[in-house]
Every structure is written in structure tokens, then in C-alpha cells.
Design a protein around this ligand. Structure first.
Ligand code: AMP
Length: 272
């Protein structure tokens, strides 16, 4: 039986919880994280909280889809134990909550394009961790930089929480599922599927021995040809998010781009 709750009580604190934070508008990507959570055999708790503090753009916040009734149905059908739907004032009481400033990786890529974004993310995730006291938490690799910074926060603050990573869930054309895809027309979704195709193209070129610079340049050209308004396409060493060097073994290629003015992010792992 799924319970919908607005506050965290002692019953929940007495359980070992596997926590899956979301901002709602639940899709199969979120539900794939729920499935991973259920494999732990702990009680699963999904939060739905649209965190104002991580939006650096008012319109983006105001336009974010809110579908609580449908979210609850989806999560119930996947057997989630607790759905946590807190009020703003519960998460951010008047006495304030500690702000968590990200390490320097927080100021590149998404952090450079969206100032304050990662401080907002880490602050709310830390607050939710503090309220729920989970033993495990599941995050998607879709938000790779966010995942890196959360693991970094858990280690810096010495939080005793195991972070589990979920693979990116894509539609049949390769478009990574996202709540923001609800703003895309049918045609725009087909255009947006070229984002993943371009990432794959770059990955293939690197594996064929082409230099990082040349390969990324090809990816940029391929994205620009496809009515996609590119913000960045960059390659980093997965270990530290620095530009890769000859010792790098695992790379990440990350991109943010606009299609029909909707900001989309995606990434791909590259083994060399
Ligand atoms: P959000 O509701 O967008 O804040 O996302 C909540 C969690 O779901 C985050 O850990 C995301 O990385 C994850 N997530 C979002 N989209 C996907 C996807 N397509 N595949 C896997 N995980 C995802």
C-alpha cells in the first residue's frame, strides 16, 4: 500500500529508506529509478518537490509541468511505499536551512549556464536527506554533473548514505526522457533525438582514434545542422570533470541544447 505524506514522521524514520528525489511530472526515467530502489528491498520513498531555488530562470520555473494526480497514480502502480509531497514552508522553514555551496565542478557546464543552480540542488538534497535520513538514495545519470556533485557532497559532509546510479532512460528514437519533453511538439521530439545521435557520433570518432577536439567539432557541426540551438558540447574525465588527459580512461561527453526554446541536457559515457 502506497502512503502519500506531507511530513516525515517517526514511522518513516524507524524504517531503512531508499530515497528517490524528483521534481514531479513523473515519466519512465523516474520510474526506472524506482525499480532500482525496489531492488534494495528497503522501503522506497519518492519525493515530489518543485525546488524554486534551483531555477535561475523564472519562466522555466513557472512553466515546469505539475501533474500530481497522475504522478501519484504512476508511482502507486510501481509499488512505491511513500510518496512525499511537502509544502515549500516544510522544506524551507523560516529559521532557514544551511546552503550547500558546490565544489568547483559546480561552476562549469550547467553551473556556468545556470548560475546558482547547483547550490539550489545541493541545498534541497541535503535538506531532504536531513529530514528523511535515508540509508540509500537513487539518482539518474541523465543529470551527470548533478550526480557528481551529490556524491562529492556526501563525501565532503561525511553523510552515511549510499548513492545508487540509474542509467539514462531514452525513448525509441534515443531522446532522453525529461519532464521538459512535455513542452516539445511531435516534430521537435524527432529533432531532439539528433542530440543523442550526435553524442554517439562523437563517441565513435574518438574510439576510431580521432582527437577529442576534432571529434567534438564534428558533434557541434552535426547539432548545428539539425535546428538545435547548442549551449555546450564538452568532453570531461568522468573521475574529476576536468578536460581529459592521456591517463583518462573513462570520459563523459555532455551537452545542453535548446529545441523549440526547451532546454535539454544529455550525456554519454565513452570508454577509451
Ligand atoms: P528531476 O525530476 O528532473 O529532478 O529528476 C529526478 C531524478 O530522475 C534525477 O535523479 C534525474 O537524474 C532522474 N532522471 C530524470 N530523467 C531521467 C532519465 N531519462 N533516465 C534516468 N533518470 C532520469
Amino acid at each position: 500500500m502506497t502512503k502519500v505524506i506531507n511530513t516525515i514522521n517517526d514511522d518513516i524514520l524507524s524504517e531503512n529508506i531508499c530515497f528517490i528525489p524528483t521534481m514531479g511530472a513523473i515519466h519512465e526515467g523516474h520510474l526506472s529509478l524506482v525499480d532500482i530502489g525496489k531492488e534494495t528491498n528497503l522501503k522506497t520513498l519518492v519525493s515530489i518537490f518543485l525546488n524554486r531555488r534551483q531555477f535561475n530562470n523564472d519562466d522555466d520555473f513557472k512553466n515546469y509541468p505539475i501533474e500530481h494526480e497522475q504522478d501519484i497514480q504512476f508511482l502507486k502502480s510501481r509499488g512505491v511505499d511513500f510518496i512525499f509531497l511537502p509544502q515549500d514552508s516544510y522544506i524551507y522553514p523560516s529559521e532557514g536551512v544551511p546552503s550547500i555551496v558546490p565544489s568547483k565542478v559546480g561552476s562549469i557546464l550547467e553551473g556556468a549556464s545556470r548560475p546558482g543552480h547547483f547550490e539550489g540542488v545541493l541545498t534541497v538534497v541535503n535538506r531532504l536527506f536531513d529530514l528523511i535520513k535515508p540509508s540509500h538514495a537513487v539518482f539518474g545519470k541523465k543529470d551527470a554533473q548533478q550526480l557528481f556533485l551529490i556524491k562529492d557532497m556526501v563525501s565532503r559532509l561525511d553523510l552515511n548514505i549510499e548513492i545508487i546510479e540509474g542509467e539514462i532512460f531514452r525513448d525509441i528514437n534515443g531522446l532522453a526522457l525529461s519532464s521538459r519533453n512535455k513542452h516539445l511538439s511531435h516534430d521537435a521530439k524527432l529533432i531532439a533525438a539528433n542530440i543523442f545521435k550526435s553524442l554517439q557520433k562523437v563517441s565513435k570518432e574518438i574510439n576510431l582514434g580521432k582527437s577529442f577536439e576534432e571529434s567534438v567539432e564534428l558533434g557541434i557541426n552535426s547539432l548545428n545542422q539539425n535546428e538545435i540551438d547548442l549551449d555546450y558540447l564538452e568532453i570531461v574525465d568522468e573521475e574529476n570533470f576536468n578536460y581529459p588527459n592521456k591517463y583518462s580512461k573513462k570520459l563523459k561527453l555532455l551537452t545542453a541544447a535548446y529545441v523549440e526554446n526547451v532546454r535539454l541536457i544529455d550525456n554519454i559515457d565513452i570508454e577509451i
